[in-house]
Design a protein around this ligand. Structure first.
Ligand SMILES: [Zn+2]
Length: 102
């Protein structure tokens, strides 16, 4: 959606990058100052903020000779992860594993 009608003034709000809970997300901003956030993105960020610093138990599965890391659905949604996506795994000195989105 390129532009949307502003509920406050009736003009067209243009697509813009907006600040939401410390993150930049997609939305629309009107000349009158009114801002509209992309609902799905805002929801994902609220979940992301809620789940931050929570430790999830994750199970390893196996496919042929590879181990598969099973990421909990909530964490998957919060991070916006999709099947086939590449993550970066780093092994720390103390046995910690750091997993980052690319
Ligand atoms: Zn407006």
């Amino acid at each position: 959606m390129k532009g949307m009608i502003c509920a406050k003034c009736g003009k067209i709000a243009a697509e813009a990058s907006l600040r939401f809970q410390g993150h930049d997300i997609k939305g629309w901003k009107c000349a009158c100052g009114e801002e509209y956030f992309d609902g799905a993105e805002a929801e994902r960020l609220l979940l992301f903020n809620k789940l931050q610093h929570i430790e999830f138990p994750v199970k390893l599965g196996q496919m042929r000779s590879n181990l598969i890391l099973r990421i909990p659905k909530e964490a998957q949604r919060a991070l916006g992860l999709r099947k086939g996506e590449t993550l970066r795994l780093k092994i720390g000195a103390d046995g910690k594993i750091e997993l980052r989105t690319a």
